[in-house]
Design a protein around this ligand. Structure first.
Ligand SMILES: [Mn+2]
Length: 290
């Protein structure tokens, strides 16, 4: 059997849609909210099974991937996050260049130019590398749908969105559906709360409520487009902060200093103890005023 593990955000979905339009997606799909990236933990392959992974970090699935390869499972990995140490036997199609998202990697792998790759660029905050601004809203909305503490926070299960996108075939068709309208309305409602959030001591701090958990990503992209950063957007989890960091370069590395990770321009720290906020802000400020 073939398994697909894909990130539940715009890039993961758009990668899968492209694959599905060319090869179909027969098999078992495994996904989750955008933050849910240790997806290999949810797969129990049998002998002879194969796994295709899209838009999740190999570094964050390293141990499980190594074990599966030793067990004879074939793994093909498409991604643009820092991969960590090489694993012999995993076929990797990984490019961490700032202008690349997974859907672009899939587009060149398949050799079929696709507007879904353009949608994904917008979803990943890479609009400046897209030639199609008409898909910016769709990219942001698919990305927005992936944010939440768990699947119950989301308007649509990522699998359901994947199937609706496949049914529409093109982004333009999808934008005519009631699904698109539902996302537009949900987004507008959530964003109506955002204006009250101001930067305090270098951090945009959000309450731990469903609307905030859903808009944190889009809010981070917008704040990042207003200046070089690094920008800190965080959800107050009580003892810890769930941190999103955005900037122009070195963001994944910065997050990894605090147990997080990411790519050049976007990263996160799942649970930063509040006592470590000064240390984080020191690192951020060194880069802000460099
Ligand atoms: Mn991505």
């Amino acid at each position: 059997m073939r398994w697909y593990a894909f990130n539940g955000d715009a890039d993961g979905i758009c990668s899968m849609v492209q694959w599905g339009l060319v090869h179909g997606i027969d098999g078992q799909t495994v996904t989750g909210v955008k933050r849910d990236i240790e997806l290999l933990e949810k797969i129990n392959p049998g002998p002879g099974d194969e796994i295709i992974v899209m838009d999740i970090s190999l570094a964050r699935n390293h141990q499980r991937a190594s074990q599966m390869v030793r067990d004879g499972i074939k793994i093909t990995w498409f991604d643009h996050h820092l991969p960590g140490e090489k694993i012999e036997g995993v076929e990797t199609n990984i490019n961490t260049a700032a202008e690349v998202c997974t859907a672009r990697i899939i587009e060149s792998y398949l050799g079929v130019e696709s507007d879904w790759a353009q949608v994904a660029l917008h979803g990943d905050g890479l609009s400046s590398y897209s030639a199609k601004p008409e898909f910016k809203e769709l990219g942001e909305l698919l990305n927005y749908n992936g944010y939440g503490a768990d699947l119950s926070d989301l308007h649509f299960h990522p699998n359901e969105l994947l199937n609706l996108c496949l049914k529409s075939e093109t982004p333009s068709n999808f934008m005519l559906t009631s699904t698109f309208q539902t996302l537009q309305q949900g987004f507008a409602n959530d964003m109506s709360h955002v204006n009250s959030i101001v930067e305090v001591e270098g951090i945009y701090l959000l309450p731990d409520e469903a609307w905030a958990r859903r808009v944190v990503g889009v809010m981070a992209h917008r704040i990042n487009s207003e200046g070089p950063g690094p920008h800190v957007i965080a959800i107050d989890k009580g003892e810890t902060l769930q941190v999103s960091l955005r900037g122009q370069s070195g963001i994944g590395e910065l997050c990894s200093l605090f147990g997080g990770g990411g790519r050049a321009t976007a990263g996160g720290i799942d649970a930063l103890p509040k006592g470590e906020i000064p240390a984080l802000m020191n690192e951020v400020n060194v880069r802000r005023f460099a």
